[in-house]
Structures are given as structure tokens and as C-alpha cells.
Design a binder for this molecule. Structure first.
Ligand code: ATP
Ligand code: MG
Length: 419
């Protein structure tokens, strides 16, 4: 029986990979402009990292992790997100030593056990950034404006940036109790999951996708009414900096984000006409995270973008121009004796960075010419018995159809001059 890929994974075929290259390049170039350096961490980590760093009450840790025991009986998890790993690497490699702000980015596959659907997969890819070492509200604004700018540069339009504050260890517990008191009145109306969330993580009820829960949550008191004297001004400041940078935003008091370690600013960027899986970027401040995984108390803020969702949106809008590379030369050797000089010439062309191919397929001249035509090459180089003996090549310009016999050495010398 034919073996198929696991559900929720994707083969990214060459034509599609070209689109990936385009957005990866944009991401890397803008990372340079904003001063973020790449960090690469392992695809799997000790399960404990995510349990502590993401939080036991989250959907990710509760339901979505790919966890297994390895042959040494260690509990291992395929990374479901990047922030915990980056913070672990930050602590483990003592990058905090110099009291500087550290700006890192990562790109790569993440794994979550989810029900696959359009824009939602079990293996998906994220580009994400982390800014560690500062709690200054200007860093919140820098991260947010970087995210919006990057999506714009990639070609996405009609995006909505939503922001909120989720408080800190001082005001979050107070708000938590306010929410528990509020939602307790509506226990029957809430879905079973939200009833479970009530005690463990009532903020998540605000984030529930269930219709009845949404209706009830609309009336819930908002965090902004309960922020402490640190968090209130911090949030106001962030908005001030966003205004200064001309970043448009909508305040959404129900935006909480799925992860436990978020403090203060939370934000999401949503594609308006892509309803269900429309969130392309999520981020926020996580001042408690580095400390919780055993490091010093280092504040941080970051975001992660879903690359598949970005590509889906861009493809639907036909943003990608075909960037397929056009062949410079297609070489045809007419007989067996001509194959050696043809292969030597192929190597010379590639040495000079020309995109060149040799005919591996054709049986006779007519056939070979047909393939040459199909290849879309700008020029075809033909080496027959005559050319071999005369040490020349026949060059056919495929645009004009003109043919010309040129001395082989002269042709090679000219290559050097051209590039
Ligand atoms: P959602 O509410 O859609 O499940 P999330 O809050 O779980 O998103 P984050 O953990 O914030 O998502 O991840 C950041 C981004 O990564 C998301 O905004 C989304 O674009 C992308 N993403 C998350 N999970 C998936 C997935 N299973 N498949 C594809 N992309 C995903
Ligand atoms: Mg999710």
C-alpha cells in the first residue's frame, strides 16, 4: 500500500517553496533593519520547559503537545512554540550577562496536536521575535510596529491590529477574581470547557470561540478597569508610542492570548476577510517567563507569525509573481563523443554562475531540440561532430532563432568578460 504523509502535515512542493523563500527573505531583511539576530534552538526539548514556560492550564500544554518518552525514559516534547525555547537558550547560554537588550528571531516548524483545517495544521511554521531585557513601553511599541511593518512588506493588506493589556502579578489576580465572580452568575450558559476554565484560568473564557460564551463575555468587566498603577500608565505609554509611529490599532478588552506567561501588553494581527483562521500574528509581553524557567528576572516581549496563514492569504490575493529562474543555456551533445566536451562546458558555465543544464533525455536531435525548447532556455548550445572537431560550439538564440558557430575558447573567454 502507498504510504501517505500524516494528517495535518504538508509537503511544500518546489513551486510553493518559492513563495516561502520570498517571505523568509523579507523577514530576514527586515530583521536586519530592526536589529534582530537569528537564534536556532532544538526542535525537541524537555517536556518540563513547555509545562513551566507555556503553562499547564493552556490549550497547548493541556491538549496539543506531541510528547513522548525517548529510549532513556526522558519525557520529550516537539516544540509547540518558540518563545520558551528562546528564553531557555538565553538563560542557558548566559546571554543576559551584559545587561543589554537582546533582540532575537527564529524561524521554523512547530508541532501541535490540533484538528487540521485550512490554515491550521499539526506541523506548521512560525517566524517569531523576542526582545529580552527591557520593560520600557517603547519596546512594546517597537515589537508591535515591527510586526505590522513586516506583514505589510510581505504584501498583506486589510489587517487589523488589536491590542490590550492583561495586567501583572499585582493586578491580574484581582481581575481574575472579578471575572470568576462575574462568570459564576452564568455557569449554565457557558460551555463545558469554560466551566473548567472558571477556576483554572478564567481569563481564557474571554477568548472562547463558542457563540453563547462570546455573548456572555461581551458584558464581562474589562482588564483596563482593573489595572494597577504600574500597568495602567504602561499601557497608555505604549499607545502613545504607537501613535507616534503611525501604527493603527483597535483596543480589544477581550484579547487575552492563550499563554499563561503574558503580562501587560497583548496583541494580535488579524486578516479581516479570512474569518476563522484569520490570526496571522500573536504576541505580547512576558515578564514572568524567564524567571519561571530558572533564569534571572528578565522582562521580555515578542510575537510569532504563522507562515502558512501568511502564504494562504498572499496566494488568495495573487500577490506572488512567478519567480521561477529562467535557464541561460541548454546544452545538447549530438553523439557519445560530444558528451565529454559538453559536460566540460557545462561546468565552465556554472563556474561563471550561469544557470545551465545539459540534455539527459533526448534520443535523437529532433527530440533533444524539443526538450531544449520546452526548457525555456534563452540559448541552446549544440555540440556535434563538426563542432567537436573544429573546437567550436553552435549557439542558437531561442528568442530570435538565429544560429551562430563560435570558437569554443572565445566563447568561454567572453563568459569571463560578461560576468
Ligand atoms: P489560534 O487561536 O488560531 O489557535 P494561537 O493563539 O494558538 O492561535 P499562537 O500560539 O499565538 O497561536 O501562535 C502564533 C501564530 O501561529 C498564530 O497567530 C497563527 O498564525 C499561527 N498558528 C498557531 N497555531 C497554528 C496551527 N496549528 N497551524 C498553523 N498556524 C498556526
Ligand atoms: Mg491555538
Amino acid at each position: 500500500m502507498e504510504i501517505r504523509k500524516p494528517k495535518g502535515t504538508n509537503d511544500i512542493l518546489p513551486e510553493e517553496v518559492r513563495k516561502w523563500h520570498a517571505i523568509e527573505k523579507t523577514a530576514m531583511e527586515l530583521s536586519d533593519v530592526y536589529g534582530y539576530q537569528e537564534i536556532r534552538t532544538p526542535i525537541f526539548e524537555h517536556t518540563e520547559l513547555f509545562v513551566r514556560g507555556v503553562g499547564e492550564t493552556t490549550d497547548i500544554v493541556g491538549k496539543e503537545m506531541y510528547t513522548f518518552e525517548d529510549k532513556g525514559n526522558r519525557s520529550i516534547t516537539l516544540r509547540p512554540e518558540g518563545t520558551a525555547s528562546v528564553c531557555r537558550a538565553f538563560v542557558e547560554n548566559k546571554l543576559y550577562g551584559d545587561n543589554q537588550v537582546h533582540k532575537l528571531y527564529y524561524m521554523g516548524p512547530m508541532f501541535r496536536y490540533e484538528r487540521p483545517q485550512k490554515g491550521r495544521y499539526k506541523q506548521f511554521h512560525q517566524y517569531g521575535v523576542e526582545l529580552l531585557g527591557s520593560n520600557h513601553p517603547v519596546t512594546d511599541a517597537e515589537i508591535i510596529s515591527f510586526a505590522t511593518e513586516l506583514l505589510k512588506k510581505m504584501g498583506l493588506i486589510d489587517l487589523e491590529l488589536q491590542i490590550n493589556t492583561v495586567g501583572c502579578p499585582v493586578c491580574k489576580p484581582v481581575y481574575r477574581q472579578v471575572l470568576i465572580d462575574f462568570f459564576s452568575e452564568y455557569k449554565e450558559g457557558l460551555c463545558p470547557t469554560c466551566n473548567e476554565r472558571m477556576e483554572k484560568n478564567p481569563l481564557r473564557i474571554l477568548d472562547c470561540k463558542n457563540k453563547e460564551c462570546i455573548e456572555i463575555a461581551k458584558e464581562a468587566p474589562s482588564m483596563t478597569e482593573h489595572v494597577c498603577e504600574d500597568c495602567g500608565p504602561h499601557y497608555e505609554s505604549v499607545k502613545g508610542y504607537l501613535d507616534a509611529a503611525d501604527v493603527d490599532y483597535t483596543e480589544n478588552p477581550r484579547l487575552v492570548r492563550g499563554l499563561d506567561y503574558y503580562t501587560n501588553t497583548a496583541f494580535e494581527i488579524i486578516a479581516k476577510d479570512f474569518a476563522a483562521q484569520g490570526t496571522v500574528c500573536g504576541g505580547g509581553r512576558y515578564n514572568g517567563l524567564v524567571g519561571s524557567i530558572g533564569g534571572k528576572d528578565v522582562p521580555g516581549i515578542g510575537f510569532a507569525m504563522g507562515m502558512e496563514r501568511i502564504i494562504l492569504l498572499l496566494s488568495e490575493k495573487n500577490i506572488f509573481k512567478d519567480s521561477k529562474k529562467i535557464l541561460d543555456y541548454y546544452i545538447i551533445a549530438l553523439g557519445e563523443l560530444e558528451e565529454i566536451p559538453a559536460f566540460a562546458l557545462l561546468k565552465k558555465l556554472r563556474d561563471h554562475s550561469y544557470f545551465a543544464e545539459i540534455d539527459y533525455t533526448g534520443k535523437n536531435f529532433k527530440n533533444k531540440l524539443k526538450y531544449a525548447d520546452k526548457s525555456g532556455a534563452k540559448s541552446v548550445i549544440i555540440i556535434g561532430e563538426n563542432e567537436r572537431k573544429n573546437k567550436t560550439v553552435m549557439i542558437k538564440n531561442m528568442e530570435t532563432g538565429q544560429q551562430e558557430e563560435i570558437d569554443l575558447q572565445l566563447f568561454i573567454n567572453n563568459l569571463k568578460e560578461e560576468r
